[in-house]
Write a protein that binds this ligand. Structure first.
Ligand code: TPP
Ligand code: MG
Length: 1034
């Protein structure tokens, strides 16, 4: 009979749609028929009468039979005997009772007449089981979640028809009527007289505690206690029996929500801090925006509970991301930022240190290591700085968390975890939330479970939930990853702390995401200056009457004798004094150092003052042996018995030949850069859509065995004995989420090269927020450096308006170098890089690509690097570099001057064409065809920003008689022209014009017509080499 047990245990919870029947669906008069069980291997599983709904009942029967065979109906007795004796499926069962088919109806009826109670007993048990399931699935819809009691947290005021609610129970008459509707002639076929009958409880409930059977009345009461009070548990969509059982056990077990007096006092003390902190700020700076927590003061104990429990389970580093609401309170009371540091920010006379442009106080990050007082264990807390853009920090936090896990070898997320906070409107409205959830279970992106906490104040600025979302709850997005969602009334602090404990335990048990939805209210307007009555008059009338949660809870504990009034007042006075003293000290602060608000310090990378350890960059060249060795590994399969695709063998063979010839193409140059940095202990992570093979099938960093499914090999990880690991990972089809994630990953350590590659450069615009809000101004706002690399395939190749442009104009427009001022610098190579906000390059040779990647790490500081990468040049026979250009002593060339006949006789040169990237190859081909190599010099600008003023000045001066022309393949209002022109003019003191040869202005980045594309190209080449083109304009 083990089989039966296994079979019953394997039963998965049915989904809502399988179980829900409306009240209007009447019970069939004929004996019930049962659905076929889905698939079980055990012999009895094949029994035709075993169904999802009957198996628990059968199991109960079985236990009863084991205890006393006479206690069950004869037919069950025969069945269990036969099954126990090993009868084959279908044979253990003998005719009566006829539960399977209508064809045996007459036989059944005769038997039922002989045993009149059997059918009723089975049906009643099944009905009770359905009732239990109904509470488990829909109980949260009637839980009392709104502290104001006016809104329905699920935006639906109707009550599920198949459960009996506490609200009903308050009024006995209503209760009876509802019970009657549900029972007599109704859904369950139970009647009032059944209320005191005892029913066996299925294994899918824990309401019995130690008891396996309960009277129906008690069953209903316990279900109401579990599912219809201040906690609404949404979990029955989870497709995992063990996880569902775990949750049921946590919420159904009688008496499980008990708190000791000590725990209650701790909770009260935390509420005191949370509440009095906001009150203090309000008293001192009543007209300052602080996005206070009033109405959700319980957030502080909630977060502290999650952290305490996680610390108890072994976590020692928690990375948090949160929006504006309650941020100062979290900094003060969860992260424990010194209060004076917070208070001094309200002082408008505080001078900014010269570290950047800074940010408002409720965006800054924080990093703090301390002892967790509850667990007595070390804990590090970090709050990631964030822009105003709601939810944008979510993937960044996840990336940073993943990196911290990676660097401490925490492969299961047991030591490092993230907590993400959300507002209700933002959680429902922002697509990045969904993108971030979709990273949560991907091998190279998972952080092994995040605890999400929603401050669900049932309003977004001035917008009601009904206008802000179409889903019942703001949290429905979490259902896509099967995350359980715990809705809780924020005015019941014990319920909140309870669910937070469960959430933290869930994470440490299953390493999956979980959501705590704190249903609360916002006591003030969106900020303290806003008048909420303009738009939410009724809600705010109710809020004015609402007793603050601290007061309610204090009264409760006083009434329970847990604390007395003087003790409570003393707790308040104690904290107020702490605030007052910190306020007094805050007046001594004269300068605001943003670096005190750094969320990711890089110990050892900078001097103690936070300065780079040098202002030089060594040669980025590499010795010949290393180049050869990396080249050989890149063109081989470094493991035994591994069959790669024939086409790939040819690609590797070609690579091998290039290595023999001491040359590299683009893919090999990248290999050389990565491989050499790995040798130096630098971790490399390349992430993006299809990066493993490369969108253009040029990279092939992951080899796939053609004979063994999922067997792969990454040759880059077979380069050196003690090399750093190489991570290359195809991402989900998300730019915003994945770029944010990689930015977060790059935040954790300066000793890693983290690259995100866009499938095509134009797709970066769906990640624009990460670029605009984090990458471009990150250091200026938050003094946080970041060395992330963006690889953006770019180039006009007749492939249509999309896939052509990585929008260089946008990146260049956001560079902080002054177009009109020639920088006064001794050393442009490094110093200029130090002062820029990011580096923008477009390399024309593989060797330069190799150098710029290596320079990124060999620099003594970190800056984001934007690289416009080629498409057709990946296979262009001329786009090759010799090892000679990569040997020790060589370095990245910011500008590649002409080295042909023009450079030999510069005085004779009539025109200098300045260009960048792939158009260089079109220009040289055309120049050769026109035999103008002595007349026209071509100068390549490889580093666009910071602009190589020094080198280009030299170039311009070298050709005194020449016209200066900027040539680009992009349209005039796009590409580089607007950026380059004023800067080029600055290099020559505006002594000459800078002409333009390129496509005309256009709305779309490129034509969709191949012929037009070629005509346009020829036209721009004609202009570039027509020495009379600008005569009339001069
Ligand atoms: C992406 C984005 N769009 C708009 C805003 C402007 N904004 C700031 S707060 C806010 C309302 C947010 O509501 P909710 O998420 O419920 O948080 P709450 O303020 O209620 O705590 C809006 C629209 C923003 N900060 N970010
Ligand atoms: Mg809100």
């Amino acid at each position: 009979m083990l089989n039966l047990r296994t079979c019953a245990a394997k039963l998965r919870p049915l989904t809502a749609s399988q179980t829900v029947k409306t009240i209007s669906q009447h019970r069939p008069a004929a004996p019930r028929t049962f659905q076929q069980l889905r698939c079980y291997s055990a012999p009895v599983a094949a029994e035709p009468f075993l169904s999802g709904t009957s198996s628990n009942y059968v199991e109960e029967m079985y236990y009863a039979w084991l205890e006393n065979p006479k206690s069950v109906h004869k037919s069950w007795d025969i069945f269990f005997r036969n099954a126990n004796a090993g009868a084959a499926p279908g044979t253990a069962y003998q005719s009566p009772p006829p539960l399977t088919s209508l064809s045996t109806l007459s036989q059944a009826q005769s038997l039922v007449q002989a045993q009149p109670n059997v059918d009723k007993l089975v049906e009643d048990h099944l009905a009770v089981q359905s009732l239990i399931r109904a509470y488990q699935i829909r109980g949260h819809h009637v839980a009392q979640l709104d502290p104001l009691g006016i809104l329905d947290a699920d935006l639906d005021s109707s009550l599920p028809a198949d459960i009996i609610t506490s609200t009903d129970k308050l009024d006995l008459a209503v209760f009876k009527e509802r019970l009657r509707v549900l029972t007599v002639g109704g859904f369950y076929g139970l009647d009032e007289s059944d209320l005191d009958k005892v029913f066996h409880l299925p294994t899918t409930t824990f309401i019995g505690g130690n008891e396996s059977a309960l009277p129906l009345r008690e069953i209903i009461r316990r279900l109401e206690m579990a599912y219809c009070q201040h906690i609404g548990v949404e979990f029955m969509f989870i497709n995992d029996l063990e996880q569902c059982q775990w949750i049921r056990q946590k919420f159904e077990t009688p008496g499980i929500m008990q708190f000791t007096n000590e725990e209650k006092r701790t909770l009260l003390a935390r509420l005191v801090r949370s509440t009095r902190f906001e009150e203090f700020l309000h008293r001192k700076w009543s007209s300052e925006k602080r996005f206070g927590l009033e109405g959700c003061e319980v957030l502080i104990p909630a977060l502290k509970t999650i952290i305490d429990k996680s610390s108890e389970k072994g976590v020692d580093y928690v990375i948090m991301g949160m929006p504006h609401r309650g941020r100062l309170n979290v900094l003060a009371n969860v992260i424990r930022k010194e209060l004076e540091q917070i208070f001094c920010q309200f002082d408008s006379k505080l001078e900014a240190a010269d570290e950047g442009s800074g940010d408002v106080k409720y965006h800054l990050g924080m990093y703090h290591r301390r002892i967790n007082r509850v667990t007595d264990r070390n804990i590090t807390l970090s709050l990631v700085a964030n822009p105003s853009h709601l939810e944008a920090a979510d993937p960044v936090v996840q990336g940073k968390t993943k990196a911290e896990q990676f660097y401490c070898g925490d492969t299961e997320g047991k030591k490092v975890m993230s907590i993400l906070l959300h507002g209700d409107a933002a959680f429902a409205g922002q697509g990045i939330v969904y993108e971030t959830f979709h990273l949560s279970d991907l091998p190279s992106y998972t952080t092994h479970g995040t605890v999400h906490v929603v401050v669900n104040n049932q309003i977004g600025f001035t917008t009601d939930p009904r206008m802000a979302r179409s889903s019942p709850y703001p949290t429905d997005v979490a259902r896509v990853v099967n995350a359980p969602i715990f809705h809780v009334n924020a005015d019941d602090p014990e319920a909140v702390v309870y669910v937070c404990n469960v959430a933290a335990e869930w994470r440490s048990t299953f390493h999956k995401d979980v959501v705590v939805d704190l249903v609360c209210y916002r006591r003030n307007g969106h900020n303290e200056m806003d008048e909420p009555m303009f738009t939410q008059p009724l809600m705010y009338k109710q809020i004015r009457k609402q007793k603050p949660v601290l007061q309610k809870y204090a009264e409760l504990l006083i009434s329970q004798g847990v604390v007395n009034q003087p003790e409570y007042e003393e707790e308040i006075a104690k904290y107020d004094k702490i605030c007052e003293e910190a306020h007094a000290r805050s007046k001594d602060e004269k300068i605001l150092h943003i670096k005190h608000w750094l969320d990711s310090p890089w110990p050892g990378f900078f001097t103690l003052d936070g300065q780079p350890r040098s202002m030089t960059c060594p040669s980025t060249g590499l010795n010949e042996e290393d180049l050869t060795h990396i080249g050989q590994v890149a063109s081989s399969v470094p493991v035994e018995d591994f069959t790669i695709h024939g086409g790939l063998s040819r690609i590797l063979k070609t690579r091998g030949e290039m290595v023999k010839n001491r040359t590299v193409d683009w893919a090999l140059a990248e290999y050389m850069a990565f491989g050499s940095l790995l040798k130096e202990g630098i971790h490399i992570r390349l992430s993006g859509q299809d990066v493993e093979r490369g969108t253009f099938s040029h990279r092939h960093h992951v080899l796939h065995d053609q004979n063994v499914d999922k067997r792969t090999c990454i040759p880059m990880n077979h380069l050196w004995p003690n090399q750093a690991p190489y991570t290359v990972c195809n991402s989900s089809l998300s730019e915003y989420g994945v770029l944010g994630f990689e930015l977060g990953f790059a935040m954790a350590s300066p000793n890693a090269l983290v690259l995100w590659e866009a499938q095509f450069g134009d797709f970066h615009n769906t990640a624009q927020c990460i670029i605009d809000q984090f990458i471009c101004p990150g250091q200026a706002k938050w003094v946080r450096q970041n060395g992330i690399v963006l690889l953006l395939p770019h180039g006009m190749e007749g492939m249509g308006p999309e896939h052509s442009s990585a929008r260089p104009e946008r990146f260049l427009q956001m560079c902080n170098d002054d177009p009109d001022v020639f920088p006064k610098l001794d050393d442009f190579d490094v110093r200029q890089l130090y002062e820029c906000n990011w580096i923008v390059v477009n390399c024309s040779t593989p060797a330069n690509f190799f150098h710029v990647l290596r320079r990124q790490i060999l620099l003594p500081f970190r800056k984001p690097l934007i690289i416009f990468t080629p498409k057709s040049l990946l296979r262009h026979p001329e786009a090759r570099s010799s090892f000679d250009d990569m040997l020790p002593g060589t370095h990245f060339l910011r500008v590649i001057p002409d080295s042909g006949p023009a450079a030999q006789n510069p005085e004779q040169v009539k025109r200098v064409l300045f260009c960048t990237g792939k158009v260089y190859y079109d220009l040289t081909r055309e120049r050769k065809a026109r035999q103008m190599e002595a007349d026209v010099a071509i100068t390549r600008v490889e580093q666009l920003s910071p602009f190589p003023f020094d080198l280009l000045q030299r170039e311009a001066q070298k050709y005194p008689a020449a016209e200066l022309v900027w040539c680009q393949e992009e349209h005039k209002n796009q590409g580089y022209y607007d950026y380059v022109k004023p800067r080029l003019r600055t290099t020559i003191n505006r002594a000459k014009p800078v002409w333009y040869a390129g496509r005309e202005p256009a709305a779309a980045p490129a034509t969709g017509n191949k012929k037009t594309h070629l005509t346009e190209l020829q036209r721009l080449l004609d202009t570039a080499f027509n020495l009379d083109a600008f005569k009339d304009l001069a």
